[in-house]
Write a protein that binds this ligand. Structure first.
Ligand SMILES: C[S@@+](CC[C@H](N)C(=O)[O-])C[C@H]1O[C@@H](n2cnc3c(N)ncnc32)[C@H](O)[C@@H]1O
Length: 441
């Protein structure tokens, strides 16, 4: 549920208060957002003449409470001379919206959302319903926003609080395009600490609030954080003009470190280096896993083996396995001996950095699937290059880059492939200590 302070902040973001508000609150819960909107509308000098709310809530118990909130909203409006009416639809928002009568009919001029979060399976009813509306997306929260945008009339405003994950990643590309093609981004508000917005819930994803207006030209974007007031940022800094993936970037840092990483000259392709995800998916290889090394095994490296930039192996006290049997069945999971730079795909909550790198220097090995490894055509890297690459990946600058340009706490191989790097010679110089990160960015 959205805390009152945040709901009020979201309601305050609406620029235009239409004379006759037609408000959508999809996944309304107990009605915190509608209540905040009504309070805001009553407070404004240009208060509306009427407010008509359509609230969807699938959970019957929530919907009962929602009825009470709507009654309170009506009373509040009556005090301010605003005509209030509402419809609480106790149904699935996505499925109901795909019904022929509702599909494609812009009905609202305001929408305020804190949508549910959850994966949408390929064969689900939701997926079919969304497809019938011309929407391709993989999560309920982006589905809610996409459907709401369809139902918004020209000039209508939408304010939503959601995880940040839609800002990058190929899964959300079609959602980003739909939003950016149909609407102008007016404001983005980023919660910098993971739990600021929902202190009481165990919400791992970082949250953000965004404010868009349908059908109007894009101008500068007001970018704020829970720590810094809004500043106007050129749209080209948010979505790069030539970005084929239309990533939404959140340049919230002050000193531009991340932007300097972005300006570095090389990609991994230029460096002749590749990054791959560890091939050992442990639950698919259980019969071959060994707690400790033996005659017929090779090391199995997990994130637990990371120790201050190096690999500490074996770790006998670890719950994870330390070795994998080396036999014809596991041969395809192995990597030849050599020097590799490994990065964790998921950072633990207590970890200071988004990206954590370590150097593996040893014989034939199995890298577990929670790791990515950098290699040259499947083989190891020269040690100085590996040292430089690891120092670069562990740097403050790269950390800043991922905080700004990545919506989630996970750093996948695709994210690493879109990162910019110093030249090979510079990385080697960093590895030998002839140069420092401060010289490079
Ligand atoms: C994250 S909560 C937010 C509630 C409320 N908007 C708020 O901000 O406090 C999302 C709500 O959506 C409801 N919900 C989940 N799936 C839904 C669906 N398919 N259709 C309508 N409501 C749904 C949940 O029951 C829950 O109350």
């Amino acid at each position: 549920m959205t805390p009152g302070r945040i709901a009020a902040f979201m309601a305050g973001m609406f620029e235009n208060m239409p004379t006759d508000v037609r408000l959508l609150d999809a996944g309304a819960g107990m009605g915190a957002l509608t209540a905040a909107f009504v309070t805001e509308a009553c407070r404004r000098a240009d208060r509306p003449a009427s407010i008509t709310v359509t609230a969807y809530e699938v959970d019957p118990q929530m919907a009962d409470i929602l009825d009470g909130t709507m009654q309170a909203c009506e009373d509040r409006c009556a005090e301010s001379g605003i005509t209030f009416s509402c419809q609480v639809i106790r149904d699935d928002y996505i499925l109901r919206s795909a019904e022929p009568l509702l599909a494609h009919s812009p009905a609202f001029n305001c929408a305020i959302l804190n949508p549910p979060y959850g994966k949408i399976n390929v064969s689900s009813e939701w997926r079919h319903a969304l497809r019938s509306l011309g929407i391709e997306t993989v999560n309920l929260y982006t589905a809610f926003v996409a459907v709401a945008l369809n139902q918004l009339e020209h000039g209508g405003e939408l304010v939503a609080i959601t995880p940040r994950s839609f800002c990058n990643g190929s899964y959300y590309e079609s959602f980003r395009r739909q939003m950016l093609d149909t609407s102008a981004l007016l404001a983005l508000h980023v919660f910098e600490s993971r739990k600021t917005a929902f202190k009481d819930d165990d919400v791992l994803q970082e949250n953000m609030i965004f404010h868009v207006r349908k059908g109007t030209p894009q101008a500068e974007v007001a970018l704020s954080t829970d720590a810094a007031p809004a500043r106007a940022v050129p749209f080209a800094e948010i979505v790069r003009p030539n970005d084929r993936h239309a990533f939404i970037r959140l340049p919230v840092d002050g000193d531009g470190l991340a932007a300097r990483v972005q300006a570095l000259p090389c990609t991994l392709v230029d460096l002749g280096i590749k990054v791959s995800t560890g091939r050992v998916v442990d639950f698919r290889a259980t019969e071959h896993l060994r707690k400790m090394p033996g005659d017929d095994t090779v090391p199995l490296i997990y994130p637990t083996h990371f120790d201050n930039g190096a690999i500490r192996w074996p770790v006998p006290e670890s719950k994870k396995h330390n070795a994998i049997a080396d036999n014809p069945e596991t041969a395809s999971l192995m990597v030849p001996g050599g020097v590799y730079v490994l990065t964790k795909r998921f950072s633990a909550k207590e970890e200071k950095r988004r990206l954590v790198a370590a150097i593996y220097d040893g014989g034939r090995v199995g890298f577990e699937n929670h790791l990515n490894y950098f290699h040259e055509n499947g083989k190891g890297l020269p040690m100085d290059l590996a040292r430089g690459l690891s120092a670069f990946l562990n740097s403050e600058a790269v950390d800043q880059y991922f905080r700004i340009f990545s919506g989630h706490t996970q750093v996948n191989a695709t994210d690493l492939r879109s990162l910019h790097f110093p030249t090979r010679a510079q990385l080697i110089a960093l590895g030998t200590g002839e140069t420092t990160m401060a010289d490079l960015v």
